[in-house]
Design a protein around this ligand. Sequence first.
Ligand code: 5GP
Ligand code: MN
Length: 344
Amino acid sequence: ELQRSIDIPDIEQFTKFVTEGSQFVITCHMTPDGDALGSSLGLCHILRRMGKSAVVVTPDTPASTLDFLPGFQEIVIASRYPERVRRMLADADTIVCLDFNSLKRIDRLAPMIERCEAAKILIDHHLNPDDFADLTISRPEQSSTCALLFHILWQAGLYDLLDEESATCIYTGMLTDTGNFSYNSNDPDLYSIISLLLAKGLDKDEVYTLAWNTHRAESLRINGYALYRKMQIFPDHQLAVIILDRKELNEFSYVKGDTEGLVNRPLAVPGVTWSVYLRQDEADFVKVSMRSKGRFPVNLVCERLFGGGGHLNAAGGEFTGTAAAALEKIMGALDDFDKHLDPA
Ligand code: 5GP
Ligand code: MN
């Protein structure tokens, strides 16, 4: 049986907003992942089954690898249709923000949402949420926003409204944010939730294939190349680094999403505690991704060096300049980070 882990006043407020609202806009962070889109679309389906008007708005274009999610085609992309989004926000009475803690994470949508008169609900599992919503349900101990959303729906008595489509969306976020249940996945509640989703017709095996094990040939090749040729290991610092420069990305006709998950791979090596992936997206712009095992805080590293953040074991940031310069910045700070390592 699923634990009732959400505070009752939060559930009461959530129920009130959802009952009283009639026009919902749901939004999530830019470059939305399975958890961001899964929670957004999952909630959208449920609100519609309650007879509400609901639409999902993303700051930028979602990766087509998630186009199997029911409702994907109806997403309204703010960077493409800013006027339409402006109108929808003006007409909305309730805005639900999912899977982000800081308004910075929704880019150009941030000022629009801040100014908007509608009631705002934030449901998220990142640390230290910005204080902008009328109701904030922040549970960093939850492995995904989708799992958190399920807890809320369950406690609010809305489980009956789930169907195969919303179950698929919610399961997708649970799967992707735990690496197919390979990290942050020891909470027994996760498996109670899965069993409740299966009862709604979820095809778990199919979601595994679509969300986790479908790749372009070029994607397999670039990941193989990165591990074969580009993974550097610094044993003294229990660190692995992969850099892909622009020329290499072009060679493999890289598209967004092709190296998703690559940063996790070096953690398989015994003695590697943290892993860094530097992707030279533009001549002077690097996307930084980090992962770690145990208590090594990559969120702290990303905050300190790359104006970013995230979770203890998964974080990211950005760098203006070359990947080589970004690496130098990391190397210069290593002595500071070594203190977080367990003795080898
Ligand atoms: P990824 O490495 O998959 O891009 O990101 C992992 C996690 O790090 C995300 O879930 C998010 O919490 C955080 N993250 C990634 N990029 C950024 C960024 O540029 N800024 C902040 N604040 N967090 C980021
Ligand atoms: Mn998430």
